[in-house]
Design a protein around this ligand. Structure first.
Ligand code: AHR
Length: 319
């Protein structure tokens, strides 16, 4: 058929007959994301970052919330494998126990991206890349801040620690990094350490127990996230003490709630951990689909905010 005749035939054809011509339009990339839960202000910001960046990037996002349970995350990953999504991404609630499901993804030839939290596995072929913070360094920053603050104080300095979710990478690494620094001086003593599961409610409950057991002996609280610190602040106030003064408070994340607490003089310092991982994730997903190579580890750049800079920094905070 000559070109002019083709155009005439197309103009006369019913819409259905023309559909094959449009089938060349690119299908959007389908990304299955298995989120940890909604345990903290940080997590809410992380979810929002992933959802809005997917929309902006034109990626079809399938999203699930595991409510802090590993079995729910495994179920979600299996359902993404069954749906034959293009890429799976997840933030592992705990470090271990992922091999079986990740081998299933590998056998189905679906690339996996870890975001925020790492897994502990010898087999690095189970995922393409890990995008997120250096949690050990965050713990070290918290420790260094305390060492500097207490320079010249002979001690003892009694510390209570609110750990994150048991077995999670941030809880393990933030503890390790902090201890690595404070162990250089025996005046620092961790007298109590327990999980608060990264939530305000649990942070408050565990701090109440610490106060009951140790009372005025407590000099410092190290909380693995801001939410637990904010819960603990309430417990300290209810016990008739002044958070930020009677007890020095150090936490991690740098969420707006922590800045508000710092501006009120109730929290001494927050080590930044950025939840805004969405744009990086979407760009990595596109690179993977385009067959480009991506680095095995993408580390988020972060800072530390003592209460003295909180008011100046607050207007710049995005989460
Ligand atoms: O994995 C990141 C941690 O998880 C954040 O520090 C905490 O707030 C969240 O729940």
């Amino acid at each position: 058929m000559k070109r002019r005749n083709v155009l005439v035939a197309m103009a006369a054809a019913p819409l259905g007959a023309m559909l094959p011509l449009t089938s060349f339009a690119q299908k959007p990339i389908v990304l299955g994301f298995a989120q940890v839960g909604a345990e903290s202000e940080w997590r809410t910001a992380n979810t929002e970052s992933i959802k809005s960046s997917a929309k902006e990037a034109g990626i079809d996002l399938k999203f699930s919330d595991a409510q802090q349970k590993q079995e729910n995350q495994i179920k979600a990953i299996r359902s993404y494998i069954a749906q034959k999504v293009d890429v799976i991404a997840f933030s592992p609630v705990v470090e271990t126990g992922w091999e079986t499901v990740l081998v299933e993804a590998k056998n189905a030839k679906i690339p996996v991206v870890l975001t925020d939290r790492a897994i502990s596995s010898k087999d690095e072929t189970l995922y393409v890349t890990f995008i997120g913070s250096d949690f050990t360094e965050e713990g070290r920053k918290a420790g260094r801040w305390l060492v500097e603050k207490e320079k010249g104080n002979a001690g003892p300095i009694n510390i209570v620690e609110l750990q994150g979710t048991v077995g999670s990478a941030p809880a393990i690494d933030r503890k390790k990094g902090f201890e690595e620094i404070i162990k250089a001086d025996p005046k620092f003593k961790i007298i109590r350490s327990q999980t608060g599961d990264f939530t305000r409610a649990k942070g408050k409950e565990v701090m109440e127990a610490f106060l009951k057991a140790e009372g005025k002996k407590i000099n410092v609280l190290y909380a693995h996230n801001d939410d637990m610190a904010i819960g603990a602040i309430q417990a300290i106030e209810e016990a008739g003490m002044k958070p930020g003064k009677d007890i020095i408070i150090i936490s991690v994340d740098g969420v707006k709630g922590a800045f508000e607490a710092m501006m009120a003089g109730k929290l001494n310092v927050s080590v930044e951990c950025s939840p805004l991982l969405g744009p990086q994730l979407m760009s990595v997903v596109k690179d993977i689909k385009a067959g480009k190579s991506v680095p095995k580890r993408i580390v988020t750049q972060e800072s530390i905010f003592p209460m003295e800079v909180a008011a100046k920094e607050f207007p710049n905070r995005k989460y």
